[in-house]
Each structure stands twice: as structure tokens, then as C-alpha cells.
Design a protein around this ligand. Structure first.
Ligand code: ATP
Length: 245
């Protein structure tokens, strides 16, 4: 069953199609990787899906509901979670405080005064489970500013998990992470349950985690298939000519 669908998604600047008629389906529990040469339109596609840019044409549906006209925070509330390439972490707060804030933001109205104590417990427990899921529980009391790059990426994923998203959009989660920290982060990403759409430049990472791979080129979708089929696809190889696939 499809949990996230784009139909004919298009974003034009003037006459130039930055995202060109892209139709993809992310199935429940699936890990779909998005690859493509620099400037192919991957981040722009994410911006359309998360609502940061208005579409020129096409539709985005989340669990069968048309969300094309909704603002980013409305999509987030319906279960669309997104990490950003730019860091969204409060450096002066501890790791645990950062995640608790994210959990509280999610719980919002349910924090009525008379149930404050139990709500606080629920926030702390939820935050702890998010930190455990990304392997950061041992750093809970560290100031976020003191985290290494790879740890910061893990924290960003924990912040995403705090909202219990139905769909996770990961935009280059390995960006800026040193080579020796990549395997650990890959393990964290492999451990994510749920439906994931991930842009990533590291082909070896995509091949390790993705059930299917969508290939973009000049804004259009070239292929969307199993890793083996995509690697064997002559059109994909042509698009990557001169680049390492
Ligand atoms: N706001 C904008 N105004 C003008 N051009 C833009 C804008 N946003 C993106 N573009 C152009 O659209 C194209 C696609 O950009 P996008 O960042 O989506 O590609 P990408 O596949 O994510 O690239 P990369 O792999 O380098 O991150 C690029 O040529 C970029 O210069």
C-alpha cells in the first residue's frame, strides 16, 4: 500500500522545469532511495513534498489524503517528517533537552496542567526511546554544541522520530560525516522502522539500505526500480556518464 504518492509533480522557474512531472509511490514500510547527479532536482522534489515550495502542477498525497495545498507544519502534523541538510539543533541545550522539546512540540495541547506530572514522564520516556533508537542515549546529558558531526546527524534523526512520523524524508543524512562515522550512521538508518524516502550521494549507502531506488536527472524521473535493476539500467548509466555510480 502506498503511504506517500506524488503524481505529475512539477516545479517550474520561468520556463525551466526544476522538477518535471515526477510520479513516485512510497509503499508502507519501504525504504526508497533518491539519487541523481548534482542539480538533478532531488532537494527540490523534497521541498515540494514537504511543502516548502508550492507546486506548479501535480499532487502529493499522504496516506490517501491530498496534501498538495497544505503548509509544511500541517503536513508535519499529518505525519510527514523531514530532516534538513542544515542543522536544526539548539547547541546550548543538552541532547536530551533538544529531544524533549521536540516531543513536547508534538504533544502540544495534551499537556494540560492537571496532568503535568504524567505528561512530563511521558515526554522523558519518549525522548529516551528516540535517543536509544539512534544510539545516543549515552550522550543524553552532553551539550548539543559539543557533539561530533556524526552524533549531530543522529540527534537530528532523533528529533525527527520524536514526532512519530508516518513518513520520514531524509535529505543527505551523511552530509559532512567523516568516513569512519558513516558505518555507524548507516546502522542507525537501517534500524529505522517506517516508510523512508532518502536523498543520498553515497551510492554504497543507498545500495545497502534501499528497497528501491528512484533516479532523477534534469528534474525528471529516469527510473524507479530495485537496486540491481537500476544499476543495470543503460539510461541511468548514460545519465551518470563521467560520474562514479
Ligand atoms: N530557488 C531556486 N531558484 C533558482 N534555481 C533553483 C532554485 N532551487 C533550485 N534551483 C536549481 O534547480 C536545480 C536543481 O536543484 P536541486 O538542489 O533540487 O538539485 P539536487 O539534485 O538536490 O542537487 P545536489 O545533489 O547538488 O544537492 C539546480 O540547477 C538548481 O540550481
Amino acid at each position: 500500500m502506498s503511504v506517500l504518492t506524488t503524481e505529475g509533480l512539477t516545479w517550474k522557474i520561468g520556463e525551466v522545469s526544476i522538477v518535471d512531472n515526477v510520479s513516485i509511490e512510497l509503499n508502507q514500510g519501504e525504504f526508497l532511495g533518491v539519487i541523481g547527479p548534482n542539480g538533478a532536482g532531488k532537494t527540490s522534489l523534497f521541498n515540494l513534498i514537504s511543502g516548502l515550495r508550492p507546486v506548479t502542477a501535480g499532487r502529493v498525497s499522504l496516506r490517501g489524503e491530498d496534501i498538495t495545498g497544505l503548509a509544511p507544519h500541517q503536513r508535519a502534523r499529518r505525519g510527514l517528517g523531514r530532516t534538513f541538510q542544515a542543522s536544526s539543533v539548539f547547541g546550548a541545550l543538552t541532547v536530551a533537552e533538544n529531544v524533549r522539546l521536540a516531543v513536547q512540540a508534538r504533544m502540544g495541547g495534551s499537556m494540560a496542567l492537571w496532568r503535568r506530572a504524567s505528561a512530563n514522564r511521558a515526554v522523558i520516556e519518549k525522548a529516551d526511546s528516540c535517543l536509544t533508537a539512534v544510539g545516543l542515549a549515552h550522550r543524553a546529558e552532553a551539550l548539543a554544541a559539543t557533539l561530533a558531526h556524526g552524533e549531530k546527524r543522529k540527534l537530528e534523526i532523533a528529533l525527527l522520530l520524536a514526532a512519530d512520523p508516518a513518513v520520514l524524508l531524509l535529505d543527505e543524512p551523511m552530509a559532512g560525516v567523516s568516513a569512519e562515522d558513516v558505518p555507524e550512521l548507516v546502522e542507525v538508518i537501517k534500524g529505522l522502522t517506517g516508510s523512508v524516502l532518502m536523498v543520498e550521494h553515497h551510492m554504497d549507502v543507498i545500495l545497502e539500505v534501499a528497497d528501491r531506488i528512484a533516479v532523477m536527472h534534469h528534474g525528471a524521473l529516469l527510473a524507479c526500480d530495485t537496486p540491481a535493476a537500476v544499476m543495470a539500467n543503460a539510461v541511468v548509466q548514460e545519465a551518470y556518464l563521467g560520474e562514479e555510480l
